[in-house]
Ligand binder design. Structure first.
Ligand code: UTP
Length: 271
């Protein structure tokens, strides 16, 4: 059973500058609730018991958000405001399941994942990228079911317009396992339209095997001088590891760019 999830939060968030110059984008409210809380709720509903946040010194505000007990206790003592009491209880619930590790230099998603190596107990774990919100259906829960069915790693997949493939990681697929699931042959980072093996893009939900850590610890930097998680996945696939692309049913919202962030607010307001 998959009981642990990791969430990389140590990136620079340059697409949301100037806001991210002083603020953690994952705490920005989406229809009144910080983005990270949607991600945590998805994990809890999917049966996850421990969530590891990878943060940096610059993102310590995220830790503070969950560790502000003294302040809450003082306000509650003085005001007895029922809304504050409710919010504090919710934060305590999250705090119980969160652990923090640090990545002080943003050397890439793969390097961020490597920081959790000592904390991962099971053979597989879930990873969620917090910029990618998926609403209307719990994608992590569906992926855990697929993992249990096929005893494999799983990556969320979504059909994108062919003309936009160069913005995404794109799957090269082999066998169709069933209506929504395919075996992955390869993942190509940001291909040109001509070179794209499909129009199925990687979205930020992964069930990864523990043996990815040994790949990551030996991995040399790839595109842009960063250690990419996709490169480690690629070498596992080449060695015969089974990875399934899961075409999820929920609605994808991109919260990592300003346009996407604004649209996400509007979409969630409609729910
Ligand atoms: P991105 O590279 O897509 O986003 O990383 P970013 O760095 O946060 O923002 P931009 O692109 O500069 O606007 C995907 C996820 O991986 C984390 C990020 O925090 C984000 O959640 N990440 C990225 C790390 O934790 N460490 C890294 O070294 C790089």
């Amino acid at each position: 059973m998959i009981k642990q999830a990791i969430i990389p939060l140590a990136g620079l968030g340059t697409r949301l500058l100037p806001l991210t110059g002083v603020f953690a984008k994952e705490l920005l409210p989406i229809h009144g609730k910080p983005g990270i809380e949607y991600i945590l709720d998805e994990c809890i509903e999917a049966g996850i018991k421990e969530v590891i946040f990878i943060i940096s010194k610059k993102k310590e505000m995220i830790k503070k958000y969950f560790y502000n007990d003294k302040f809450y206790k003082k306000i509650i003592r003085e005001k007895r405001d029922s809304r504050v009491i409710r919010e504090y209880k919710k934060i305590l619930k999250y705090k119980k399941i969160i652990k923090f590790v640090y990545q002080n230099k943003p050397l890439g998603t793969g390097d961020a994942v490597l920081k959790t190596k000592k904390l991962i107990k099971g053979k597989f774990f879930l990873m969620l990228l917090p910029d990618d919100l998926i609403i209307k259906k719990n994608c992590s829960k569906s992926m855990i079911n697929i993992h249990n069915r096929y005893k494999s790693s799983v990556i969320a997949s979504m059909n994108v317009k062919r003309k936009t493939v160069s913005r995404w990681g794109i799957f090269k697929l082999s066998n169709k396992l069933d209506k929504k699931n395919y075996l992955i042959k390869d993942v190509v980072e940001k291909p040109t339209i001509i070179n794209a093996p499909s129009n199925k893009a990687v979205i930020g939900r992964y069930i990864l095997p523990k043996n990815i850590f040994s790949k990551l610890s030996k991995q040399i930097p790839g595109k842009g001088g960063e250690i990419h998680i996709t490169d480690a996945i690629q070498s596992l696939i080449y060695e015969g590891d089974k990875f399934v692309a899961h075409n999820f049913s929920g609605k994808y919202l991109d919260c990592g760019s300003m346009n996407g962030y604004i649209k996400s607010n509007l979409e969630i307001a409609k729910l």
